[in-house]
Design a protein around this ligand. Structure first.
Ligand code: UTP
Length: 517
């Protein structure tokens, strides 16, 4: 009896709160629900900070209506931008780094990994709507000969790097460990954890893998009203990959980083099959420049490529979307080298010092939220009927991981080779762009290049391929990242010899077997 009275008063208090915030519609069908449904809805509503939701909406609307057209957009200055491109396509300029620098960065990165000071944070909370798979994107099989998932490729890169870095560790030191923090969200959390368990954590020690859930926000109608997915459930969505900052604070990740003595983190997207997880070159580069917040970019070569570009906007570091700049500005060339002025295409691949992650709450209140208009399944508040819209019916509010750039005190940007490091999986099979087929093709081409760079030949493939289209469709060569992270460790087997395909190389023994004079 007491419980019921208390619950009733709790319902009334909450109802008043939502009504005062102009969001009373969330109780529209409350009286029709059964006891369990009522309890579940109450639980959900209690967790939502309705005033915060309203204020985020107001800020997002304001930001979307403010014109950025008068804001000055400038390219990055040389003190914050470096490139590792050494190929002939690279116009000569003072930003070009010598091989020696890259090697030094790599050595520094590996020695920091060897000191157990580097961890990896994976952003895997997205819902992957464009891809259209019901499972988390990391579980996706891009149809490699081995059938490995994206998660497995990344896990094997960590395993290999731990092994490589071990050679840089002091003799008395314990094992090299690269802890892996995996950010999930409501929809991806349990399936992700289950997938790792099913696959015995892909050979990694489960003690060094932490799954943590990012926050969510209610979905809103175009005029800011909270949407009900069903009569007893608010429609919610992850709060964008920028949700990482609040989540590392709230879910004990920062504490764990500090407990382990981690000073630096590499943070990347689940959907890039070429992601160099914990890349020692990037880590070494950033640390050598005392970076607190760093980003990898690839070269934008065509003015009309629809990518975000890292730049200075209004005097602060940031990302400008293709749609936000004039044609004239996107076509502008650097007089020194003839390349595009705004060339630093963002690939959502970051470096953060632990100290920087800890500092985010100081400016978190200033971070922007962005509106993503979506088709959101909902219950019609006036009729109670379920509506599956065919056009955008509402919005999700998202914060982006790059929204913190303006607050960095030591910002650095490293340009890397697109074909070696970036092939995102965004779209459904058969779409031809950033889809499973392009991911597979880009990874297989990389493995062929590994063999060729190590002095070997891949049977039936022209030497020194420059384009993935030069690879015959039936050439199946896959080298486990556990055997080679970035092409290292192959030359003693393949130099001057021929690798016969099809070949799925899981061990050095496998490589020896398929290599002939
Ligand atoms: P995208 O913005 O490409 O989103 O995410 P997505 O979920 O993969 O795909 P769509 O837009 O629904 O089709 C880029 C990266 O950010 C992560 C994703 O998991 C991916 O690694 N992400 C995105 C999060 O971790 N949380 C989010 O709320 C959104």
């Amino acid at each position: 009896m007491t419980i019921q009275t208390e619950t009733l008063s709790q319902v009334e208090t909450l109802k008043t709160k939502y009504e005062q915030a102009g969001q009373g519609q969330v109780f529209q069908f409350y009286d029709e629900l059964n006891v369990e449904e009522k309890a579940r809805l109450m639980e959900q509503l209690l967790e939502i900070d309705v005033e915060r939701v309203n204020s985020i909406y107001q800020k997002a609307i304001q930001a979307s209506t403010v014109s950025h057209h008068n804001e000055q957009v400038e390219p990055l200055t040389k003190d914050v931008f470096d490139t590792i491109l050494t190929d002939d396509e690279q116009p000569t300029n003072s930003r070009k780094r010598k091989y020696k620098d890259i090697q030094d960065w790599e050595t520094l990165g590996l020695s920091l990994i060897a000191k157990n000071q580097v961890a990896v944070i994976l952003m895997a909370g997205g819902q992957g709507t464009r891809l259209g798979s019901s499972a988390p994107k990391g579980c996706y099989d891009i149809n490699l000969p081995s059938k490995k998932s994206l998660f497995q490729l990344q896990a094997e890169r960590i395993l290999r790097l731990q092994e490589v870095a071990q050679q840089y560790a002091l003799p008395q030191q314990q094992k090299v460990i690269i802890p892996w923090y995996i950010m999930t969200s409501g929809p991806t959390h349990q399936p992700t954890v289950d997938f790792f368990k099913q696959h015995q954590f892909f050979g990694l020690d489960e003690k060094n893998i932490t799954f943590f859930e990012q926050g969510t926000l209610p979905c809103l109608t175009m005029d800011g009203k909270i949407i009900m997915e069903s009569k007893g459930k608010v429609a919610i969505a992850p709060d964008g990959n920028g949700g990482i900052y609040a989540a590392v604070q709230n879910k004990g990740v920062i504490e764990d980083l500090k407990r382990r003595g981690i000073l630096y983190t590499h943070c990347y997207c689940v959907d890039n099959c070429l992601a160099k997880v914990a890349d020692p070159v990037f880590v070494g580069y950033c640390v050598s420049k005392e970076t607190d917040c760093g980003v990898k970019v690839v070269r934008k070569t065509k003015p009309d490529e629809p990518v975000g570009v890292v730049c200075r906007r209004g005097g602060r570091y940031g990302v400008v979307e293709y749609s936000e700049i004039s044609k004239e500005l996107s076509e502008k060339r650097d007089p020194e080298d003839g390349g595009l002025m705004l060339r630093a295409a963002n690939i959502v691949n970051h470096f953060f010092s632990t100290a920087f992650l800890e500092r985010v709450p100081e400016f978190a209140g200033e971070l922007e939220y962005h509106i993503a208009k979506k088709k959101i399944k909902h219950v019609d508040i006036s009729t109670g009927e379920t509506v599956v819209p065919t056009s955008n019916s509402g919005m999700k509010l998202e914060c982006f991981v790059f929204d913190v750039f303006p607050f960095s005190q030591h910002f650095s940007v490293l340009e890397v080779d697109r074909k070696e490091e970036f092939s995102p999986l965004k779209n459904a099979p058969g779409t031809g762009v950033d889809c499973p087929e392009t991911s597979r093709r880009d990874l297989i081409s990389q493995h062929i290049r590994f063999v060729q760079a190590a002095g070997g030949t891949v049977k039936g493939v022209p030497s020194h391929i420059t384009d993935a289209s030069q690879i015959p469709d039936d050439c199946h060569l896959e080298i486990s990242p556990w055997v080679s992270y970035a092409g290292e460790g192959l030359s003693d087997v393949v130099n001057g010899k021929v690798v016969v395909t099809p070949a799925v190389i899981e061990t050095r023994q496998d490589l020896i077997k398929v290599t002939h004079h």
